[in-house]
Design a protein around this ligand. Structure first.
Ligand SMILES: Cc1ncc(COP(=O)(O)O)c(C=O)c1O
Length: 344
């Protein structure tokens, strides 16, 4: 049977998403979702949406949504690509910017989907180990066709130095996609690099899944030079964004203040949890995201993971030499964090 399956797919280690338990009694701090509901304008847009509209295909170019994104970032519509979650955009980037004999680079540890996308595409992987302390390190004369760079990084939660990112984007001979899934929780971001007039190779991507509380919707966008954006448009599915997603996404963008208020609440809870874990002897990495990456005093993160799980509190544990001593804890509501602290 397997002779019908492409070799790279037969050999593929598929990506494992964080668990989505159906049991409602669980405190879910394992997939970096937002604990607060999306804007009331999202609820209003859903309530006003009539089933009759679904008779027609959606706008293939998601123009109204992209126009609003362009307005927010002060760029042209042609510089914006909107996708079915950032994950779709990442997959399209591996097809648009990488030849069959090309390669895909990324830091280790970072978003564990990147190597899987390279394997699906059947191209060479060029991982770069972060320095001790999960800080920036790039070998001299490093090359790849496409570099996928999570900033702030996941699962480490840390920012890189602006100078390192800027200089890398300027000198790298390939496309750099800065994955700012957690950018709204960070003190700084790199959207200016995507919008710089002489930029030819740098894209900045955002998602609605975290700061906008819309992980269930599947919407992300990427901004950058027109030729790169046009390349993504050439290869996307005709109707990659359904009508409901376009309507709801636009409603969320019309209430940025709601997103910002939730973001500030999460940042405050983040500071509280960080201090409480540090007081319990944890090493807590400085977070610019909606999660913490923290090492228990004895380094036995798996034990704490199991302990929390037995109390129906789900966090994320990534086994492996670099990450196995840490837990990744999504910032929940204050009550959820209190429940977590009661167990730890
Ligand atoms: C770094 C990073 N990029 C992208 C994504 C996926 O985002 P989306 O829900 O928009 O596909 C995630 C989700 O956890 C992420 O951590």
């Amino acid at each position: 049977m397997s002779t019908y399956i492409a070799q790279n797919v037969a050999a593929l280690q598929a990506y494992t998403p964080g668990e989505q338990p159906q049991d409602r009694g669980i405190i879910k701090l394992n997939t970096n979702e937002n604990p607060y509901p999306p804007s009331p304008q999202v609820a209003a847009a859903l309530a006003a949406f009539t089933a009759e509209r679904l008779r027609l295909y959606p706008d293939p170019n998601a123009s109204a949504l992209r126009r609003r994104i362009a307005e927010i970032h002060g760029c042209r519509l042609e510089q914006v690509f909107a996708g079915n979650g950032s994950d779709e955009i990442l997959a399209l980037a591996t097809r648009a910017f990488v030849e069959n004999h090309g390669s895909i680079g990324y830091f280790v540890p970072s978003y564990s989907l990147y190597p899987v996308l390279a394997d699906i595409r059947g191209v060479e992987k060029r991982p770069v180990e972060l320095a001790p302390g999960f800080t920036w390190q790039m070998p001299a004369a490093y090359r790849a066709s496409l570099f996928l760079l999570t900033t702030p990084n996941a699962p480490t939660s840390m920012m890189y130095e602006r100078a390192a990112v800027t200089s890398f984007c300027r000198t790298f001979d390939g496309v750099v996609l800065l994955d700012e899934a957690y950018g709204d929780f960070a003190p700084d971001n790199f959207m200016d690099l995507a919008l710089a007039p002489h930029n030819t190779n740098t894209l900045v991507m955002r998602t609605f899944s975290k700061s906008f509380s819309l992980a269930g919707l599947r919407l992300g966008y990427v901004i950058g030079p027109v030729p790169l954006i046009e390349a993504l448009y050439k290869i996307k599915d005709s109707y990659n964004l359904d009508m409901l997603t376009q309507v709801v996404g636009l409603a969320a963008l019309n209430d940025l203040e709601h997103m910002r208020t939730n973001t500030r609440r999460i940042q405050a809870t983040r500071a509280r949890l960080s201090a409480a874990l540090a007081a319990r002897g944890y090493e807590v990495l400085p977070s610019a995201t909606n999660f913490l990456f923290a090492r228990p005093p004895d380094g036995d993160a798996k034990k704490v993971f199991d302990q929390l799980r037995s109390q129906k509190i789900f966090v994320r544990y990534f086994p492996g030499p670099r990450t196995g001593a840490y837990l990744r804890i999504t910032i929940g509501t204050d009550a959820e964090i209190d429940a977590l602290l009661a167990v730890i």
